[in-house]
Design a protein around this ligand. Structure first.
Ligand code: HEM
Ligand SMILES: *[C@@H]1O[C@H](CO)[C@@H](O)[C@H](O)[C@H]1NC(C)=O
Ligand SMILES: CC(=O)N[C@H]1CO[C@H](CO)[C@@H](O)[C@@H]1O
Length: 505
């Protein structure tokens, strides 16, 4: 009798918890379980993005799923994403607060811009970041970018003993991006303290991004788990370590500006701009954002770009791109500088965008919420609903891209891409009012790095490379893809060997 009673009670309880009214009308809903909704189905699948894509084939392009009690709208096609993220961009302008990330990790309330709900402060910080990362600003970072690319290439040259030894590119890409992010956000003076900082930053930033997973942090969706202390104390410790080195970096750039010894850099530009007046918490948010936003996204793309060049079709791509770059410049030296100071070689620019599309290293975007109700035909979504962009699925939509599952490095140069949508014509940088503000810088870094690599080296894999978009990512549950490492031999191009060794100095 008692068991029956408690079972009934439990069911009622479960029912109450799972039938939270989403208020969403007109979207197919995927059948889930009491308490957890679709969370376990999604966590059990190899990848969140794949599972949602396969549901969308069955139920329709836009879905309603439940993560715990939380209803989430998921868009899986090119047009579906455009309808919400672009046509309704004024509605979808905010971001949800995640328990783990906002209440625990960012105890100092210094959210990054990419995780801040929309308000006056977020608006001002976003504008400041966008200004410090626009095309003019990127131009002023070119000397620093050029030096960092050369540093990285020189390190590869030395460590591979001029191409004799094969090496694993991943660690070099991570170090390069950290180096260049430090320089572009805080300026050159940092180099005096930077070597000791590097390892600390890598450790902390890697740990902290894990707390931003869509599915790893169950306590984000299942509130009762928050009573267990476990993960929280770890997260707090990392967050304090981050505050420590960020304060040090901010202090350094402040004194550089005072002494007039600062180099062009994004945090410095924001500090010096009279149009902005930020308090310490906002300055911390900006600094964390500008330093960390590219740390996992850019290396993932660079590693996969090299993997493609090492693949079976890659030999031909290396040859083609090399000839195309050289056709734009009279000498190797001019090409060497040109690929960092401008982006005028269509094939190389297209190659970079195809890497972004094909590997979709942020497969599920960053979550959004709408600040006002969205009405789209029969679909009605109340305000403060969560939205996930299945950007990987949108980037492979056959209605938008012909043969989407083929890597066609000239796809963007030949304009075989949709004529609508986000500026770069794929969802690698998101879309709409909260799309990536760092894309000019990211494009330039990847274009410049790959350009110089192609000019000076011939790359060949010494172990298997995985360029299958379904399997290259070893950690599909994290926010940003983690590619496999592989062995690659970087051999100097015979005809250019001497000159390249001078140019990287
Ligand atoms: C290849 C490299 C990069 C990729 C793939 C990437 C991707 C993304 C994506 C998918 C979003 C979410 C967009 C949305 O919600 O629609 C985003 C937001 C953002 N990105 Fe990037 N990003 C990259 C590099 C950078 C860099 C280098 C910076 C700055 C230094 C940066 C700064 C930002 C900021 C500030 C946001 C938040 C914008 C907002 O919430 O208003 N990103 N990025
Ligand atoms: C990173 O910067 C350090 C100097 O602080 C330099 O010695 C190193 O070669 C750079 N590494 C890469 C891969 O860019
Ligand atoms: C609030 C808002 O912008 N709603 C728009 C969303 O997109 C549809 C389709 O373009 C429009 O009809 C709505 O007005």
């Amino acid at each position: 009798m008692l068991t029956l009673l408690s079972a009934t009670l439990l069911c009622a309880f479960a029912f109450y918890f799972t039938t939270r009214q989403s208020g969403v009308k007109g979207l197919p809903e995927v059948q889930g379980w009491p308490f957890v909704g679709n969370l376990l189905q999604l966590r059990r699948a190899r990848s969140f993005s794949n599972k949602l894509q396969s549901w969308s084939r069955k139920y329709g392009p836009n879905l309603l799923v439940k993560l715990g009690r939380r209803p989430v709208v998921v868009c899986n096609t090119f047009d579906g994403i455009c309808d919400f993220w672009i046509k309704n961009q004024t509605s979808l302008i905010s971001r949800p607060e995640l328990h783990t990330f906002h209440k625990v990790v960012c105890s100092s309330e210094a959210f990054t811009i990419g995780t801040s709900p929309w308000d006056q402060s977020c608006k001002a910080r976003r504008k400041a970041a966008a200004t410090a990362l626009n095309t003019n600003a990127v131009r002023s970072y070119v000397p620093a970018i050029s030096r960092e690319i050369n540093d990285a290439l020189r390190e590869i040259l030395t460590d591979s003993r001029r191409g004799v030894n094969a090496m694993a590119p991943k660690m070099y890409m991570k170090k390069f991006v950290l180096n260049v992010s430090l320089t572009c956000s805080f300026g050159t003076r940092i180099s005096t303290v930077r070597d000791e900082l590097l390892k600390e930053i890598v450790d902390v930033e890697e740990a902290l991004t894990r707390y931003r997973s869509h599915t790893n942090n169950l306590q984000d969706y299942l509130p009762f788990l928050r009573w267990l202390p476990s993960a929280s104390s770890d997260a707090k410790a990392y967050s304090e370590r981050r505050d420590a080195y960020m304060n040090r970096l901010i202090g350094q750039i402040k004194s550089d500006i005072k002494e007039g010894t600062d180099a062009p850099c994004s945090v410095g530009q924001v500090m010096k701009d009279p149009a902005f007046s930020f308090n310490d918490v906002e300055m911390m948010s900006l600094s964390i954002t500008l330093l960390s936003a590219g740390l996992d996204t850019i290396p993932a793309n660079l590693v996969q770009a090299i993997a493609v060049l090492c693949s079976k079709q890659g030999r031909m791509i290396q040859q083609d791109l090399h000839s195309e770059i050289m056709a734009h410049y009279p000498t190797l030296e001019q090409a060497w500088h040109g690929v960092v100071s401008e982006e005028i070689v269509p094939g190389l620019a297209s190659f970079v965008q195809e890497v972004l599309r094909f590997f979709s290293v942020v497969p599920m975007g960053f979550p959004r919420t709408n600040v006002e109700p969205v009405q789209l035909g029969d679909i009605r979504i109340p305000q403060n609903t969560w939205f996930y962009m299945n950007s990987r699925s949108g980037n492979f939509d056959p209605a938008a891209y012909s043969q989407p599952e083929e890597f066609q490095y000239r796809r963007f140069a030949e304009n075989k891409v949709p004529q609508t949508g986000p500026p770069m014509r794929h969802f690698g940088y998101g879309a709409g009012t909260r799309a990536c503000v760092g894309f000019h810088l990211a494009n330039r870094l990847m274009y410049g790095f790959m350009g110089r690599l192609i000019l000076g080296w011939e790359m060949q894999a010494q172990s298997e490379v995985d360029i299958d978009p379904e399997t290259y990512n070893t950690c599909p549950s994290s926010l940003v893809a983690e590619p496999k490492d592989f062995l690659c031999s970087f051999r100097l191009r015979q005809e250019a060997a001497d000159e390249v060794q001078t140019l990287v100095q």
